[in-house]
Design a protein around this ligand. Structure first.
Ligand code: NAG
Ligand code: NAG
Ligand code: NAG
Ligand code: NAG
Ligand code: NAG
Ligand code: NAG
Ligand code: NAG
Ligand code: NAG
Length: 798
C-alpha cells in the first residue's frame, strides 16, 4: 500500500537550499510519502530521509523502520563536538568517549551519509579522526566510510582537510602489523567477533573460556581488507588534497596488504579467503573452515575477478555453505564448529548465528561482485539476499533489529530487553539505495544509476535523495504507466527533469556539488557525562522509573521501553517545572522540546495543556497544547534573552501527566572565543566556578578546582581555512607562587611545548599566547593538569 498524504505545512524538505515546490512525482501525481501513523519523530524523517517506492512492501517497511532505528542512536554530545552514533540505545560499560564503540562506526557512517544534514556524519567522523573516540578498540573501516561519504556529499575538501588525521589513524594500527608477513593480526573479539572459529580451533576441548571466547591473535580477511580500504581512502584524500607523494605511498601500502592477502589468506583448495591463527604457526597454516569474513574483501574491491569471486558466490548460494532462510550464518553450515543454536545465553556466537553486521558487508560484496560482471550472479540472487535480510529484521510482525538471529528460524537469538532494541551495528538503507536501487556514488560530477532489481520489477523510484548536495529523484517505469513520465528511467535534479531514457542504467551529468554551510547551530543543553557535570537538569517532581537527566542526555526517542525520558507521572502537582541550568549565561532565542506522549499506547503521559518558558529575565514564552506535536520536536521561539537557565513549567491535562524525552537549546556556534566553562571536563575535582555571584551582578563562569588529573577539552575550535600556524590565547588566573605547565594536545596529538601559566598579580586574570598548528575546520584542543590555584576563562584563536 502506498499511503499518500497531501504535503503538510511542517516544512517538508526545508533543509534543501532550493525552495522550489515539490514536483509531484508519485503515482497519481503526488509525492511518495511514508505512512506517518507508524512512526514517531516525523519532523526528522521529513527533513532527513529519501523516500522510496518499490513493489516489495517488506523491504520498504524495513527501510523506513531502519531510519527510525538509526535516529534512536544519533546522540548529541557537546556544542563543539556535535553528533555521534551509539551502538546500543542504553549505555554499556565498555563504551569509550561519549559512549562510542568503534566496531560498527563504518556501518554508521555508511548508512547515515544518506541523511540530508551532513552534521551527523561530519561530527562523528571527526570524533574518530581528531577527537577522543578510540578508533583501535575494534577493527574498523572508518576511513573508507569517510571516503564513500565524500563521494555522496561531494565534499572532497572535508576529506582532504583530514589528510594528516587519516594517516595517523592508519598508523595507529602499526602495533599489530606483522611486517614480515605483511598482514595485520588482532584477537577475533576485537574484530567484533568473539566465539568465532579461531577460538574454537585454539580451544577445542573448552578448557579456557577466555581463549575460546576472545580467540587467539589471528590474521583475518575482514581486518586486512578494512586496512586495504583505509589506505586507499588516505590515497583518495591525498588525491583530493593534490598530494601525489602521500597518494603514492598509501596506494602502495594498500597494494602490499592486498598482495599479502592473496598470498597467505586465499586458499586455492577451499577457494576462499581464510583466517590464519598467529601463535605457534610459523608456516601460516590457514584454518579449514570458511567463515563469512572471507566474503568481506569483495566489497572493498579485493578479488573482483572470476577466480576469487565465483567461488564466493557459489558458497553463498550453497545450502551447506551460507544459504539459510534467515542467514547468512557467520560460519558455513558444513563446518564441524557450526552452531545453528547457541549453547547458552551469551549474546555473541559468531560460529553460525546470522548477524546484521556481517550481512551488511556481504550485501555490499554481492553488489560489488554483481557490478564487476565477473561471475554468473544474477540480480534475482542479489534480491534473494536482500529479501532474506528484510525477513530476518522482523519481530511480532513488525520490522525490528536486534543483535543476532537464528540462521534457520524466525527468531532473534540475542535480543536483550532494554539493551538490544534497534541495535545499531549494521546497514540496511545503504544497501537499498546503493545496492538495489543502484545509486553508485562517484568522485566526478556524475550520477551513476546501476540498479540490481529483480528481473520482474516494472517500476521503482527514489525521491529527494541528497547527492552532491542536490535533490535527486530517480524513477523507473517499464511501460510509463506508474509515474506518467515516460518509458524507462527518468531523473530529476533539483526538481528539473534532466534525463529520460529507455534503459534501467544511466550515467547522468550532475551540476557541481553544493556544500552546505558548516556553521550550523549547536545545542547547548546536552550533557554527555551525566549527573555532576554541566549542564544540569532538575525537576520539581520525577517519576521513580524516569530521570531528569534523560532530558539532556542527547538521545531522542519516544518508545515506552527502553525508557528515555523525564516524566512527572504520579506527581501530586497540577504542574511541574523542569529546569535546565547552563554552566554560564547564554543568549538564547528558542527552546526545543521533544515531547513524550503515550496516551495512544494506553499510558497516562500526554502533552501539557500549557507550557511556560522562564529564564533569568522572567517569562519568555507561553504555548498551549494546540501548538505542540506529541512524540516529536517542538521549537518554542522568543526574543533573544540572556539567561543562565531555561525553566519549563508544564501543566498537566486533567487526569494526565507530562513527559519530555529531550530539551534542546540551539544557538549559533561559538565564533573565535571558546569558554572553558563550555569545555568537556574530566577529573576528580575540576568544575565550573561561578565568580561574583552576588545580587545584581551577573556572575562569571570559569573552570577551577583543578588538579593534576584535570582535563579540559575544547572542541569545535575553528582552525584557519588552510591548515597552518595559529595563536591560541588563553585567559587564566594563577594565584599560586610558581608557574604551572599544562600539557597541550591538538587533535589528540601531544604538543612538544605545553602552556606555561605564570603566577598572575593578586590572582587576577591574564593571558598567555601559545603558537599551535591547527587543522582547517574543527579542532579538539585539550589542556591537561592543573592546581587549585589555577582558573581558566577562555581560549581565543587568532
Ligand atoms: C583504544 O583501545 C585500545 C584497545 O582496547 C587500547 O589499547 C587503547 O589504549 C585505547 N586508546 C585510547 C586512546 O583510549
Ligand atoms: C613448517 O613447514 C616445514 C617445511 O614444510 C616443516 O618442516 C615444519 O614441520 C612446519 N612447521 C610446522 C609448525 O608445521
Ligand atoms: C584473476 O586473478 C588471478 C590472480 O591475479 C589471475 O591469475 C587470473 O588470471 C585472473 N582471472 C581472470 C578471469 O581474470
Ligand atoms: C553459476 O556457476 C556455478 C559454478 O561456478 C554453478 O554451480 C551455478 O549453478 C551457476 N549459477 C547460475 C545462477 O547459473
Ligand atoms: C534500562 O537500562 C537503563 C540503563 O542501564 C537503566 O537505568 C534502566 O533502569 C533500565 N530499565 C529497565 C526497565 O530495566
Ligand atoms: C506551578 O505553576 C505556578 C504558576 O502558575 C508556579 O508558581 C509553581 O511554582 C508551579 N509549580 C511547580 C511544582 O512547578
Ligand atoms: C548577549 O548579547 C548581548 C548583546 O549582543 C551581549 O552584549 C552579551 O555579551 C551577550 N551575552 C552573552 C552571555 O553572550
Ligand atoms: C520582541 O521584540 C520586539 C522588538 O523589540 C518587540 O516589539 C516585542 O514586543 C517583543 N516580544 C516580546 C514577547 O517581548
Amino acid at each position: 500500500m502506498l499511503l499518500v498524504l497531501a504535503a503538510t505545512t511542517c516544512g517538508l524538505f526545508f533543509s534543501f537550499g532550493t525552495s522550489a515546490p515539490i514536483e509531484p512525482l508519485g503515482p497519481g501525481g503526488t509525492p511518495f510519502l511514508l505512512d506517518k501513523s507508524q512512526y514517531f519523530s516525523h519532523s526528522f524523517l521529513e527533513t532527513e530521509i529519501p523516500y522510496i517506492d518499490i513493489p516489495d512492501q517488506l523491504i520498504k517497511d524495513v527501510y523506513y523502520y531502519r531510519w527510525t532505528s538509526l535516529e534512536r542512536n544519533l546522540r548529541y554530545t557537546t556544542q563543539g563536538t556535535g553528533y555521534m552514533t551509539t551502538e546500543f540505545v542504553q549505555p554499556v560499560w565498555y563504551a569509550q568517549a561519549f559512549g562510542t564503540i568503534n566496531a560498527a562506526a563504518g556501518h554508521h557512517l555508511d548508512e547515515a551519509k544518506w541523511l540530508r544534514s551532513p552534521k551527523y556524519t561530519d561530527d562523528y567522523f571527526q570524533l574518530y579522526a581528531r577527537g577522543p573516540a578510540n578508533s583501535t578498540q575494534y577493527t574498523e573501516w572508518i576511513l573508507h566510510a569517510a571516503e564513500r561519504k565524500a563521494l555522496v556529499s561531494g565534499d572532497k575538501a572535508f576529506l582532504a582537510a583530514h589528510l594528516d588525521d587519516l594517516q595517523r589513524a592508519v598508523h595507529e594500527w602499526d602495533k599489530v602489523l606483522d611486517k614480515d608477513v605483511g598482514l595485520y593480526y588482532y584477537q577475533p573479539v576485537w574484530d567484533a567477533q568473539e566465539l568465532s572459529l579461531p577460538g574454537f580451533v585454539a580451544d577445542p576441548n573448552n578448557m579456557d573460556w577466555d581463549l575460546r571466547k576472545d580467540g587467539p591473535d589471528t590474521y583475518r580477511p575482514s581486518h586486512n581488507a578494512y586496512m586495504v580500504a583505509n589506505c586507499r581512502a588516505v590515497a583518495r584524500a591525498a588525491e583530493f588534497a593534490g598530494n601525489a607523494q602521500v597518494q603514492a605511498e598509501y596506494t602502495k601500502m594498500a597494494d602490499d596488504i592486498e598482495a599479502a592477502m592473496f598470498k597467505h589468506m586465499w586458499d586455492p583448495k577451499k577457494q576462499f579467503f581464510m583466517d590464519i591463527i598467529r601463535p605457534n604457526n610459523p608456516n601460516l597454516t590457514r584454518l579449514d573452515g570458511r567463515e563469512q569474513v572471507g566474503v568481506f574483501p569483495f566489497r572493498f574491491g579485493i578479488g573482483l575477478n572470476e577466480t576469487y569471486a565465483q567461488p564466493a558466490v557459489d558458497a553463498l548460494f550453497d545450502t551447506q555453505g551460507f544459504l539459510t532462510p534467515y542467514g547468512p550464518p557467520t560460519l558455513e553450515v558444513r563446518d564441524p564448529w557450526y552452531m545453528a543454536e547457541k549453547p547458552d545465553s551469551y549474546c555473541c556466537y559468531w560460529n553460525g548465528q546470522s548477524w546484521p553486521y556481517s550481512t551488511s558487508h556481504t550485501l555490499k560484496s554481492l553488489a560489488a561482485i554483481y557490478r564487476s560482471g565477473t561471475t554468473n550472479l544474477t540480480s534475482d540472487q542479489y534480491y534473494l539476499y536482500l529479501k532474506t535480510y528484510a525477513q530476518t529484521q522482523q519481530k511480532d510482525g513488525h520490522p525490528y533489529v536486534a543483535e543476532s538471529h537464528y540462521p534457520h528460524k524466525a527468531m532473534w537469538s540475542a535480543d536483550g530487553f532494554n539493551h538490544s532494541e534497534h541495535y545499531a551495528h549494521s546497514t540496511n538503507n545503504d544497501d537499498v539505495i546503493s545496492g538495489l536501487l543502484g545509486i553508485v556514488p562517484q568522485a566526478d560530477d556524475t550520477l551513476v544509476i546501476s540498479p540490481i532489481v529483480p528481473s520482474d520489477w516494472k517500476w521503482f523510484g527514489i525521491q529527494d535523495l541528497n547527492y552532491h548536495g542536490h535533490r535527486v529523484t530517480v524513477l523507473y517505469d517499464a511501460d510509463g504507466t506508474r509515474y506518467g513520465k515516460g518509458i524507462g528511467l527518468t531523473v530529476f535534479i533539483d526538481n528539473e527533469q534532466i534525463y529520460q531514457g529507455p534503459d534501467m542504467k544511466a550515467t547522468v551529468k550532475m551540476p557541481p556539488p553544493r556544500i552546505p554551510d558548516k556553521d550550523v547551530p549547536v545545542n547547548i543543553a546536552a550533557n554527555p557525562d551525566g549527573v555532576g557535570r554541566w549542564p544540569r537538569a532538575d525537576a520539581t517532581y520525577t517519576f521513580q522509573a524516569d530521570w531528569s537527566y534523560k532530558a539532556i542526555d542527547g538521545v531522542v526517542y519516544y518508545d515506552s521501553e527502553p525508557d528515555n525520558r523525564w516524566t512527572n507521572y504520579q506527581s501530586p502537582n497540577q504542574n511541574d517545572t523542569l529546569t535546565v541550568t547552563f554552566p554560564r549565561f547564554r543568549n538564547i532565542s528558542s527552546v526545543t522540546l521533544a515531547a513524550f506522549s503515550d496516551v495512544d499506547r494506553n499510558g497516562q503521559i500526554d502533552l501539557p495543556w500549557k507550557v511556560e518558558v522562564w529564564g533569568s529575565t522572567g517569562l519568555l514564552a507561553t504555548v498551549s497544547d494546540s501548538d505542540l506535536v506529541a512524540n516529536d520536536r517542538n521549537t518554542i521561539s522568543f526574543n533573544e534573552t540572556e539567561t543562565s537557565f531555561v525553566a519549563l513549567n508544564l501543566y498537566n491535562q486533567p487526569g494526565r501527566f507530562v513527559g519530555l524525552c529531550e530539551v534542546e537549546v540551539w544557538v549559533p556556534p561559538a565564533g573565535s572565543v571558546y569558554h572553558a566553562a563550555d569545555a568537556l571536563l574530566k577529573g576528580e575535582t575540576v568544575d565550573v566556578l561561578l565568580e561574583g555571584n552576588v545580587n545584581g551582578v551577573k556572575p562569571k563562569s570559569v573552570v577551577g578546582a583543578m588538579a593534576a588529573d584535570s582535563i579540559v577539552s575544547f572542541s569545535g575550535v575553528l582552525g584557519p581555512a588552510a591548515a597552518g600556524s595559529s595563536t591560541v590565547t588563553i585567559v587564566y588566573a594563577n594565584a599560586g607562587e610558581s608557574t604551572l605547565n599544562l600539557a597541550l594536545e591538538v587533535n589528540q596529538v601531544p604538543q612538544a611545548v605545553g602552556v606555561a601559566l605564570k603566577p598572575t598579580e593578586d590572582g587576577a586574570y591574564a593571558s598567555v599566547d601559545v603558537p599551535v598548528k591547527l587543522a582547517s575546520g574543527k579542532n579538539f584542543v585539550t589542556l591537561k593538569g592543573g592546581s587549585p590555584w589555577i582558573k581558566l576563562d577562555t581560549l581565543t584563536v587568532s
